[in-house]
Design a protein around this ligand. Sequence first.
Ligand SMILES: Cc1cc2nc3c(=O)[nH]c(=O)nc-3n(C[C@H](O)[C@H](O)[C@H](O)COP(=O)(O)OP(=O)(O)OC[C@H]3O[C@@H](n4cnc5c(N)ncnc54)[C@H](O)[C@@H]3O)c2cc1C
Length: 388
Amino acid sequence: MAMPPIVADTDEHRQLRASVAALVGRYGHGYFVERARRHEEPADLWCDLGSAGFLGVHLSEDYGGGGGTLADLAVIIEEASAAGCPLLMMVISPAICGTVIDRHGSPELKLRWLPGIADGSMKMAFAVTEPDAGSNTHQITTTAHRDGDGWRLRGTKYWTSGVDESDAILVVARDSEPGPDGRHPLSLFIVPTGAAGLSYQVIESALVQPEHQFTVYFDDVAVGPEALIGEAGNGLRQVFSGLNPERITAAAISNGIARYALDKAAAYATERAVWSVPIGAHQGVAHPLAEAYIGMQLARLMAARAAALFDSGQDAAEAANIAKFAAADASLRALDQSMQTHGGNGLALEYGLADLWFLARMLRTAPVSREMVLNFVAQRSLGLPPSY
Ligand SMILES: Cc1cc2nc3c(=O)[nH]c(=O)nc-3n(C[C@H](O)[C@H](O)[C@H](O)COP(=O)(O)OP(=O)(O)OC[C@H]3O[C@@H](n4cnc5c(N)ncnc54)[C@H](O)[C@@H]3O)c2cc1C
């Protein structure tokens, strides 16, 4: 189905969409699912995306990036997802870790990590969530203890994606000493996955995804001064610079899934006839699909707006949260309706829909839950009093 441009699509974005669709289309959903079922990296696709400049499109040219925008990266992620390859690691490695390092890392850190993240030869995982501090980042207890001119990290991270395929983890840790307000300031560290004292264990989940998620243990992991991103104690501000890109690119995955699902639904509803006309002629089939399409287009518009605000240096937090919320809901609805349109075949793996269910569902919970988005909008946009 030809996708009409959304308001923010520039000529460059239209060309970018066509290039990504052509590249990822050579692999397709079958390739993705085959890798995902075996929890195997889609290495060839990742390598091709890196070589084409798609993974580092938004990173600084001085460090191997394309010098483009987050909007460019969001377009790429949406197109890959719409072509049946929703790649969570694109949100984590280039969008979150790449952006944080590009904005706050020293020239040495940028030189060490950004060219590899950009060309796909390196990956970085991101660890903020903890067993006892999910939605509340202020409660994290993974602690960085000063040790000479470096640090020792102790604690446990939870649900960290893609650790086994990453070269390093961007870890959010608290300082051992509290600040003047009684809170422990946060700092960001890049910890190589092979560091002594670092171990991890798979969390078995329902997702059909190339990446595994892990519980990660930091048992007195020693890191040198070069591991610190920016200034010690400034981690909260730094990590926030990665959260809007995270939300915008997570929305791009959801929007791509919605497009993929509605494409399939439209084709099936046009071909499949069980009475005298194709099932798509029945309004009971057509209208829910049309509604799902409207929801998807609104979500895409909000994601484009959030990316444009971020790229112009304006406050993108509200738009990024709303975009993520709207896209997660819209994609789940689109996927559900597409499966319904396929009748029993919606559950058959051959039709390439059911295997996306838990990924689409997960995006209502992670990287930020819908309740925390509603809290943000209630408190920050409407000025309502917080409950916590
Ligand atoms: C597949 C997958 C991949 C992930 N990858 C990563 C990763 O790479 N790195 C990483 O750091 N994390 C990752 N996560 C973790 C994810 O970000 C968290 O699961 C998510 O932020 C929610 O945190 P939690 O699970 O601890 O839920 P909790 O914080 O325990 O919340 C449980 C429920 O209570 C609700 N709730 C909590 N507080 C409030 C409140 N104040 N008001 C209203 N409702 C509230 C939440 O919305 C949620 O519905 C991943 C998770 C999944 C499932």
